[in-house]
Design a protein around this ligand. Structure first.
Ligand SMILES: Cc1cc2nc3c(=O)[nH]c(=O)nc-3n(C[C@H](O)[C@H](O)[C@H](O)COP(=O)(O)O)c2cc1C
Length: 438
């Protein structure tokens, strides 16, 4: 019997800083090419060369401004910012690749299901069956204000709304039967109207009549990706998600998360392999361990604790500029914002008893994901160990440096995983979903 295969997904963001704050200042970083489509095309080519299942764009619909009353710190120091619309970048990436899955984040709280369904159906046609949607409910009221609302719904209600949005989108995606377009020139039959249907979806939060204007796409619907970690977020993921991103702090936390989500997937009537769980890891490589450590030290020297704290403020929706840096993170009280993210940080607190200042530095360094530093063999050992210990089905690779981390990873770690028989040597299928499930 062939060995279970690992899945790899790349983390991409249309801005100067991805996962490692301050890295745009490094001379080898392409962070300042953030507005150039060629940057993204190159990343897509590299990851496809490495046979990655897919890549996805993080997206937030605001300039982060939860720290010290505005966006000054974040802008000045080049923190996380999503400067371009991922859907358009994905369309350009689609034109230079043919196998890798291409996914974007889109918010169910801020976009209407008709817009979402049409965008992803179009992307699925453009990519010939490689589209993915990272479903987020958004967490910051500034995002709501940008869309003309005063505030977001309360968190659990946002997930209730997200359920409706995905239901409505699914109906819209299926509003065209697969063979509705006939294209019969001789008999003047472009489409069979009996195979295109109104959906008349009426929920508590959203309504849409349909049909979609876009014919059925190759996958029928994009691969659904998600990163909920709160109980309600996990419930949503168990029902819908085909890929789950997670930040977990230890092997035990990963195993517990893995079991919990797989149980929820099965409880929703799906097979466990219909949902791939991929924790985020940050990788710093070197030909020897000491070279890798030196490299990590150089890279991490760019991470500013202030920017890290500003970013934690953004992630949690709470201004921490007036909090003392030596305050224990465990003493923060939170109800709104990304509570799930705080819980993950608190896993680190149990381990290390972090203060706010230390958390700021750790966040700026790798957003609290494990930073794996070592030779390609050491990194492959770690990935294989976690994969085989049922912590996950694969990994989301968050590059400390773009494009260098990806280039090195693909050149050195991927062949090692392939030699061990736990990662594909070639793509076997044409669609993102098929590659993920096999
Ligand atoms: C790896 C990762 C990537 C994420 N990307 C985004 C994103 O692009 N946009 C966004 O609004 N939220 C993003 N989130 C936040 C999640 O959607 C979610 O709100 C968060 O993980 C907290 O889970 P909870 O909502 O269940 O508390 C991301 C989370 C993780 C762990």
């Amino acid at each position: 019997m062939s060995k279970r295969q690992m899945h790899l997904v790349g983390y991409v963001l249309a801005g100067p800083t991805w996962h490692h704050y301050g890295i745009w200042r490094h001379p080898e970083s392409d962070g300042l090419d953030m507005l150039d489509p060629a940057r993204y095309e190159e990343i897509a080519r590299v990851l496809e060369h490495g046979k990655f299942d897919g890549l996805f764009f993080v997206d937030f619909l605001m300039l982060f401004d939860s720290y010290a009353g505005g966006y000054r710190t974040n802008l000045k120091e080049g923190g996380q910012q999503c400067m371009m619309d991922p859907m358009q970048l994905l369309a350009t990436m689609a034109r230079v690749t043919s196998n890798i899955g291409l996914a974007a984040t889109m918010s169910t709280s801020l976009y209407h299901p008709f817009h979402i369904a049409r965008s992803f159906a179009s992307l699925d046609h453009i990519t010939k069956g490689r589209a993915g949607w990272n479903v987020v409910t958004s967490a910051m009221d500034r995002e709501a204000k940008n869309f003309g609302m005063d505030a977001l719904l309360e968190k659990n209600l946002r997930y209730d709304m997200a359920d409706e949005v995905v239901e409505a989108c699914t109906k819209l995606w299926h509003s065209w039967e697969p063979d509705a377009v006939v294209g019969d020139r001789e008999n003047n039959i472009f489409a069979d109207a009996d195979k295109v249907h109104y959906v008349n979806y009426e929920g508590k939060y959203v309504r849409t009549s349909g049909p979609l204007t876009t014919p059925r796409s190759p996958q029928g619907s994009p691969v659904i990706m998600q990163a909920g970690s709160s109980p309600r977020g996990r419930e949503f993921a168990g029902r819908w998600a085909e890929v789950i991103f997670t930040l977990q702090n230890s092997k035990e936390h990963m195993q517990a998360f893995y079991r919990d989500i797989k149980d929820r997937v099965v409880a929703s009537g799906r097979r466990p392999n219909e949902c791939a769980i991929v924790p985020a890891v940050d990788v710093v490589l070197g030909d020897t361990e000491s070279i890798a450590k030196e490299r990590a030290e150089a890279i991490n020297s760019y991470a500013s604790p202030t920017l890290g704290l500003a970013e934690i403020s953004n992630a949690l929706g709470v201004d921490m500029s007036n909090e003392p840096l030596d305050k224990p993170l465990a003493e923060l009280e939170l109800t709104q914002g990304c509570r799930g993210i705080l819980d993950v940080m608190l896993q680190g607190v149990e381990k290390d008893g972090l203060t706010l200042g230390q958390a700021g530095k750790a966040w700026a360094t790798s957003q609290m994901t494990p930073q794996l530093v070592g030779t390609p063999t050491m990194i492959a050992d770690y990935l294989q160990d976690y994969f085989e210990a049922e912590c996950c089905d694969g990994f989301m690779i968050c590059p400390s440096m773009s494009p260098g981390t990806y280039v090195q990873f693909v050149k050195t770690v991927v062949p090692e995983l392939q030699r061990r028989g736990i990662f594909r040597k070639e793509y076997k299928y044409a669609t993102f979903r098929e590659n993920l499930q096999n």
